[in-house]
Design a protein around this ligand. Structure first.
Ligand code: SAH
Ligand code: TYD
Ligand code: ZN
Length: 417
């Protein structure tokens, strides 16, 4: 595998990565760093940047980035996102695993494959049930964390080639699952070819990712960053999988990460699609999700949030208040870089992830400190970058409000509470 340093620069295209149609750009978020590249001082002069812009395909309606960052630059030995960092997400994936055990895996000698198994947050439940499984996870340290739980992991990218190898060695998969990973992968044709090779005749391919319907409704423009290449709808996913002899048979809206959809896919004709598929596609039509005018309004709303957030932070600074960031999320790279938020406006960001602590945020170089730094002493204001984990974080940081502190949020608009 090439190392991050030897990987090529970003490449630009206005050709749809799914159907070769033409992509019309509707939002430019400017020059951006890798969203999960937390830096040491020594890394700063060499920092990698690309242009973050998003467009919509005129043919298949898929919303996607127009510039592609090579995968080795993002997913490598030191990739610092650990899925198990949230108790809500741990519970979510345990429940998801139990759902598979009760359905697609409730048969003799079942086999489950996960794409992007990260630290084993889901597969550890499958393993504990004694079920044959394999995680594909190219990022070394998170893969090693899963292996420490006894989870079986292949430290490689899933694609057509690696899928064929696993099919030959392990046989067909009854369930292929991916959370917050399929939207990360521009080489979609290779992925779906791999799914086609590996999936059992009556197997299911299930994936969940941030939903364009929620992103537009909430103006959560921070879901757009290097790793999030595609922004799916039921309509675009149905068209995408149909090109590979697969069929979208169910959709479910789920509340995690600010609003996602879980897509269930089977071989064409193998299952009857649920009513939920047609219902969601009709709702998308009503929301105008495939209409460039809707997407341009989303771009305008994004610019308003940038202006409001900058104005608020500048006022607080001028009034002498300290603002601390909460959660060194990948999403916050888009916010801080697009809005021009550096150490002049936010003094540090606290985060529970050891791999991020002691480092600087990508592009804006704000120090990342452990969560304990938050209360030492509490700042006047906290900018909640991990807004998707608001309930979990506010429950454990009750002392902040009791001390008079206020939370700043920017989804769906800038507000203080
Ligand atoms: N499923 C976890 C992790 C999401 S982060 C969760 O929902 O929390 C995305 C993960 O996908 C990263 O760990 C990254 O290393 C991995 N990934 C990226 N490209 C991949 C590919 N082609 N095959 C398998 N995993 C991939
Ligand atoms: P998340 O929003 O899950 O994803 P992304 O990086 O893709 O935007 O990231 C949450 C970050 O917030 C992660 O670095 C862990 C951190 N975090 C805390 O510091 N405290 C918490 O209580 C929780 C839930 C997360
Ligand atoms: Zn297309």
């Amino acid at each position: 595998m090439p190392t991050a340093d030897s990987a090529p620069p970003a490449s630009t295209t206005t050709t749809c990565q799914v159907c070769d149609g033409s992509v019309e750009e509707f939002l430019d978020l400017g020059r951006q760093p890798l969203s999960d590249a937390f830096l040491t001082e020594r890394d700063v002069p060499e920092e990698f940047f690309y242009r973050l812009a998003v467009g919509v395909c005129h043919s298949c309606t898929m919303v996607q980035l127009v510039e592609q960052v090579p995968r080795e630059r993002m997913f490598h030995e030191d990739y610092p996102y650990y899925s198990s960092g949230s108790s809500v997400m741990r519970a979510h994936f345990e429940e998801t695993a139990r759902g598979f055990l009760a359905t697609a895996l409730a048969k003799p000698d079942p086999f489950m494959v996960e794409i992007g198994s990260n630290d084993g947050v889901l597969l550890k439940t499958i393993r504990a049930a004694g079920v044959r499984h394999l995680g594909f996870e190219p990022s070394g340290k998170v893969a090693a964390a899963a292996m420490e739980h006894g989870v079986r992991v292949l430290n490689e990218f899933f694609d057509a080639g690696t899928a064929a190898r696993v099919r030959a060695d392990d046989g067909p998969a009854d369930a292929i699952f991916a959370a917050n990973t399929i939207c990360h992968i521009p080489y979609m044709r290779s992925i779906l070819e791999g799914v086609d090779t590996l999936l059992a005749p009556d197997g299911v391919f299930v994936f969940e990712d941030p939903y364009l319907g929620d992103i537009v409704a909430k103006t959560s423009f921070d879901q757009i960053y290097d790793e999030h290449f595609f922004f799916f709808t039921a309509r675009s996913v149905r068209a995408m999988v149909a090109r590979f002899g697969l069929e979208l048979v169910d959709v479910e809206r789920i509340p995690v990460h600010g609003g996602e959809v879980r897509y269930t896919i089977a071989r064409a004709g193998a299952r009857t699609p649920s009513d939920a598929v047609a219902e969601l596609i009709a709702a998308e039509e009503a929301q105008g999700l495939a209409d460039p005018a809707t997407l341009r309004r989303f771009a305008d709303a994004t610019a308003r949030i940038r202006d409001d957030l900058r104005a608020l932070l500048q006022r607080l600074r001028d009034e002498g208040h300290e603002v601390v960031g909460y959660g060194a999320t990948a999403k916050s790279a888009t916010v801080t870089n697009f809005c021009g938020i550096g150490t002049d406006l936010v003094s540090f960001v606290c985060d529970t992830t050891p791999a991020k602590q002691g480092r600087l945020t990508p592009g804006t170089h704000i120090p990342v400190r452990p969560a304990a730094a938050f209360a030492d002493p509490y700042p006047a204001y906290a900018l909640l970058f991990a807004w998707n984990h608001a309930d979990e974080i506010m429950a454990k940081e009750q002392g902040f409000r009791e001390a008079g502190g206020k939370w700043i949020r920017y989804v769906p608009h800038v507000h203080v509470s």
